[in-house]
Design a protein around this ligand. Structure first.
Ligand SMILES: Nc1ncnc2c1ncn2[C@@H]1O[C@H](COP(=O)(O)OP(=O)(O)OP(=O)(O)O)[C@@H](O)[C@H]1O
Length: 230
């Protein structure tokens, strides 16, 4: 369970708040207009932006004051955050040990994940020698290898073309389901939310709404969703 209890984040004149719970397992999308505060909320949960009030609890523990690396979550950013001078295998291996001192078991786990995301045989390449879609797979592999229970994604595949993006969303759904991860994904695209999210939290007027079941929400759109869809 991920709980945002009377959470409030202030960035200068901008405010966003949330008071809701997300159950463990499945994929929740945060959807809202550009500038509505989607990244801000995700950054607060990840620990990169300090809240001005309220509490963030994950699986029963208060993580509000914990450093990002100490939280039971991984984050996947839009730019993939790959180190250009490290190989694919090294970039993925960072998910296990920031010093890259990998045991034989670590290497085996890394290679299993590389195969899982379709990068078998590409471990020795540098990120620049991969396509955009393959780079996204490296970042996903690293996040999966960390085995943190929650995976947070901020518009992770928006730089990819539509077909490749659908492939990555499908891979995300399969791999996180197989690994039993809970996913929270920021998107501005209703199509992305409909294709993989079990539930959607709409963000409008500085408030993140509690999750609504995706099919139900789109079948009976709220006022906020109607005005977002235009
Ligand atoms: N450091 C900051 N100081 C003041 N305001 C900020 C700061 N960072 C972001 N903002 C403002 O906070 C608001 C929310 O930004 P945020 O990036 O969270 O929105 P978003 O919904 O993720 O947008 P997009 O879909 O365009 O990425 C914006 O109005 C932005 O200008």
């Amino acid at each position: 369970m991920l709980e945002l209890r009377a959470l409030r984040v202030d960035l200068g004149a901008f405010h966003v708040s949330a008071d809701l719970s997300l159950t463990t397992g499945g994929i929740t999308a945060i959807m809202g207009a550009s500038g509505s505060g989607k990244s801000t909320i995700l950054s607060a949960i990840a620990g990169f932006v300090p809240p001005s009030a309220g509490q963030i609890r994950i699986d029963g523990a208060d993580v509000t004051a914990l450093a990002p690396g100490a939280r039971p979550l991984s984050v996947l950013f839009q730019d993939n955050n790959l180190f250009p001078h490290l190989t694919v295998a090294q970039n993925v291996g960072l998910g296990l040990d920031p010093g890259l001192r990998l045991t034989p078991q670590h290497r085996e786990a890394r290679d299993v994940v590389l195969t899982r995301v379709g990068l078998d045989g590409m471990g020795d390449r540098l990120p620049r020698d991969l396509s955009g879609g393959q780079q996204s797979r490296v970042a996903l592999a690293r996040a999966l290898l960390r085995r943190r229970p929650w995976l947070l994604l901020d518009e992770p595949f928006s730089a990819l073309g539509p077909a490749l993006r659908q492939d990555m969303l499908a891979l995300l759904r399969e791999t996180t389901r197989d690994e039993g991860l809970s996913v929270l994904m920021v998107t501005h695209d209703p199509g992305d939310a409909r294709s993989i999210a079990d539930s959607v939290c709409m963000l409008a007027d500085g408030v993140l709404a509690p999750p609504a079941e995706t099919q139900e929400l789109f079948a009976n759109p709220t006022e906020v969703l109607r005005s977002y869809l235009g």
